[in-house]
Design a protein around this ligand. Structure first.
Ligand code: GLN
Length: 478
């Protein structure tokens, strides 16, 4: 059966599955075929689960017994740091190469009960640290728009897999931009939900006070559907919170704020031009657009690279060669730790552990860690003040289009600067979404660009509403 996967959406697939136009098995097989063709080159998936067709049969039963949901039978990919019981979950690291998840993450439980078909696990930067998937222990993922370029990171496998039609939607995680930056590079939509709105139970931790599981899809509607399934308070995650205002507080004409001051420095002029076009389109569509000041947001990246390494160094301590994953045999315990961690962790993870233990060490704690947390508070205040005047904030998602494989890998600071537009939302815990906003042409290839909308805690509904309008505007202009 020939299916138009490029134009398939969750709603369309659900309609066809409900009307018996195709079965869950046929839909899964269509995706498996694409994966077989494209994955050897793109390397979006690290593994295709061997029970995909079994899952599809189970989903089909839900259609026959009347318990199907809109996600039933929908092929979804998961990032390699989300635990799916009985399946390997390596977080892109050598140290967890042979680790089999002993329980389901809450999001997986939710997907399972909705009847989604979980196709496989996707490539990522090791433990989600990076911007390109080049920090994966399992090779780089290539950008489907230009295979000489990175797909972004750390959820680069998830975004590339949606962009190459290897899954209809995917889950990623976002600690400083990992759903949004790769979404922008791959021409898809990436959502970072409000911190705490989606359970982190079963997500291998990177920076626990910033991590959140997000959704990636070709359009806002697909992303919203996935979000609506995975959102919710979970007693297994003590930081999970209810979204009190989600879809409850109507805003008749959302006002959009532009923090111009922080958009100029080091940004590709083509990104600025595309961003200005976006602003014009939104004005044309009747939105009020206002300049705003976010005085401390420019310090988000330096503060982020103190706060996250600190949390990372604590979170990585559990990978000691004794309890999880691979272990190097040795005479004494200390040697086991040193050898296992030395062999198991890649360069970037080691760098962050060193940075983290340094900023937490006696004598430097106040100078670095506490100061960074003060800056974090100021950033939160900045946004709170901004959201008294505007409903949404708009920025570019990235400073440029997807960069070349190898271009930044040896320069950590260049990589860290990739987070300039995305990191602030994580520092503040607010939701943000990246939406495709056009293309630039380079070496005969069309490279996607994206813009990012940010909203107050729990106002994902505003992101979806304005995002859908912007999406429609894009379609009408093209
Ligand atoms: N690029 C950021 C980092 O390396 C963010 C990664 C993420 O969101 N997981 O820390």
């Amino acid at each position: 059966m020939n299916m138009d996967l490029k134009n398939l959406t969750i709603k369309k697939a659900h309609k066809s599955l409900s009307e018996g136009e195709f079965t869950c098995r046929e839909l899964a097989e269509a995706y498996l075929k694409v994966i077989q063709e494209k994955n050897p080159e793109i390397n979006a998936y690290l593994e295709i689960f061997d029970d995909v067709l079994l899952q599809a049969e189970g989903a089909q039963k839900k259609f026959s017994d009347g318990t199907a949901t809109v996600l039933t039978g929908i092929p979804i990919a998961i990032k390699d740091n989300i635990l799916f019981q009985g399946h390997t979950s390596s977080s892109g690291s050598k140290i967890l190469e042979n680790y089999t998840a002993t329980y389901d993450a809450t999001v997986i439980k939710k997907l399972k009960s909705a009847g989604a078909v979980i196709i496989g696990r996707t490539n990522m930067d090791e433990f989600a640290m990076g911007v390109s998937t080049e920090n994966s222990a399992y090779g780089v993922t290539k950008n489907p728009h230009d295979i000489t370029r990175v797909p972004g990171g750390s959820s680069g496998g998830s975004t590339a897999c949606v962009a190459m039609d290897g899954a209809l939607v995917a889950l990623g995680s976002d600690t400083g931009g990992s759903c949004r930056q790769p979404a922008s590079f791959c021409g898809v939509v990436g959502l970072k939900p409000t911190y705490g709105s989606v359970s982190r139970y079963g997500l291998t931790a990177m920076g626990s006070s910033l991590d959140v599981i997000g959704a990636i899809g070709k359009n806002i509607s697909d992303v919203k559907i996935v979000f609506d399934f995975i959102v919710g308070v979970d007693e297994m995650d003590s930081t999970s919170i209810p979204l009190k205002f989600y879809e409850k507080k109507v805003v008749s004409k959302p006002v959009i704020g532009i923090p111009r001051d922080f958009i100029v420095e080091g940004v590709d002029p083509r990104v600025i031009a595309n961003f200005e076009e976006t602003v014009e389109k939104l004005k044309f569509a009747g939105y009020v657009v206002k300049d705003i000041k976010l005085s401390y947001v420019k310090y988000a990246v330096p503060a982020y690279y103190v706060v996250t390494p600190a949390e990372i160094s604590a979170n990585m301590a559990r990978f000691d060669g004794m309890r999880y994953g691979s272990s190097s045999k040795s005479e004494n315990l200390r040697e086991v730790y040193i050898k296992s961690r030395g062999k198991g962790f890649g360069k970037e993870v080691r760098r962050r552990i060193l940075l983290g233990t340094y900023v937490l060490s006696h004598g430097y704690h106040d100078a670095y860690y506490n100061k960074a947390n003060t800056v974090r508070r100021l950033i939160i205040n900045d946004y709170n003040k901004a959201f008294e005047q505007v409903d949404l904030v708009l920025t570019p998602t990235t400073t440029g289009p997807a960069f070349k494989i190898g271009e930044k890998v040896d320069d950590p600071v260049k990589c860290y600067l990739e987070d300039i537009f995305t990191g602030p939302a994580n520092m503040a815990g607010i939701p943000a979404i990246s939406i495709p906003s056009g293309f630039v042409e380079e070496e005969g290839k069309k490279l996607p660009l994206g813009v990012q909308f940010l909203a107050q805690h729990g106002r994902e509904d505003l992101l979806f509403e304005v995002g859908s309008k912007f999406e429609a505007l894009q379609r009408s202009v093209i």
